[in-house]
Write a protein that binds this ligand. Sequence first.
Ligand SMILES: Nc1nc2c(ncn2[C@@H]2O[C@H](COP(=O)(O)OP(=O)(O)OP(=O)(O)O)[C@@H](O)[C@H]2O)c(=O)[nH]1
Ligand SMILES: [Mg+2]
Length: 405
Amino acid sequence: MILFFISSSSSIPKPPLPGSNTITKWKGNKNKNDPSSGLAPSSSPSSEEQKLVDDRPAPGSAAPVEAPTSNFTMGAIPATGKMNATFVTLARNSDLWDIADSIRQVEDRFNRNYHYDWVFLNDKEFDENFKKVTTALVSGTTHYSTIPKEHWSFPDFIDQDKAKKVREDMAERKIIYGDSVSYRHMCRFESGFFFRQPVMQNYEWYWRVEPSVKLYCDVGFDPFRVMAENKKKYSFVISLYEYAETIPTIWDSAKKFMKQHPEHIAEGNSMKWLSDDDGESYNHCHFWSNFEVGNLNWLRSDAYIKFFETLDQDGGFFYERWGDAPVHSIAAGLLLKKEEIQFFDDIAYWHVPFTHCPTSEQKRLENKCACNPKDNFDWKGYSCTTRWFDMMGMEKPEGYQDQKD
Ligand SMILES: Nc1nc2c(ncn2[C@@H]2O[C@H](COP(=O)(O)OP(=O)(O)OP(=O)(O)O)[C@@H](O)[C@H]2O)c(=O)[nH]1
Ligand SMILES: [Mg+2]
């Protein structure tokens, strides 16, 4: 039953943390300065994204500029070439072949033309084989970092007995990952700490990639550049309703934050998408965070950190089973203006069990898409994307009615 699949997983620059073990592997040139290897695919996105995508660099100018990330000024948009951005993956050594699959997808459809870096994070040290295989697959520079214990453990204010009882109860109720301690650490880490790892401090933009995901169309534009040039801070491809039993009190914590920190609540935010009664209750809509392209400075902002800390103190990562998807989504929905959130229709994507496949046939053909449009989740009853279009006043693509349930 799909409801059991929907929850998705998931800290401010502080001095490098003790125990943090960052290994950087600088790679050879790998044709990075060879213009012939930097041709952007000839795909041409259309519909509501056309305007955004039209700002992309001319084919051939997109990739080959090699710029050391340390030379970037945060917030500056380079006129051409690469942005200050990285892919980021949280994974275990045992995820190697599933992440290898994902990397291949991302490289073939996008990164072979851009050579962005890739950061791998793990609560244990990555083994040599993991590093060897992933370094061979990524066309940019790879970095491997071990997460410090403080970011992957129970905070001292958590009552262990209470947390254990919750896990036992959720196991009985067969809530997916309900009995898992590691899944909870993972969700808390993705909510509050991945962007605070020392290795992430070098970057302004991230694209999150999980094991075993697929990209079905050529991505013939640079999503980081599109985000920067259009003042976007967060993006999504799939949205849906969260499994309510994993987050019974998350909205109480969010309301507490709104009351304590009205200065951080954006005017013109997405409250209408999150709530059907002006903020009284949460409708469980969230962006599926196993895919994200976002701005790290936003996550490192006082507003986001205060939001995370308010939620964290309430203990719901352990006393319930809060996922990073609702955490990021509620934060984006409240702290950002709605126009700062981007729906990437052009990035066709699959993570079990849902697909985003562009509704427009023209778009699918132009971008060499291999997804079956019938699988597109956007307009199905369990998706929140219709609501997103309605709130944004965006016109739905032709043929969307045929893709409802
Ligand atoms: N290092 C590490 N990574 C983890 C651990 N658990 C999950 N991850 C990673 O965290 C991300 C989310 O975990 P998933 O197991 O994919 O969670 P999900 O997407 O909610 O559920 P699935 O439907 O199983 O994919 C993935 O990138 C995993 O590789 C862990 O214990 N250690
Ligand atoms: Mg996953």
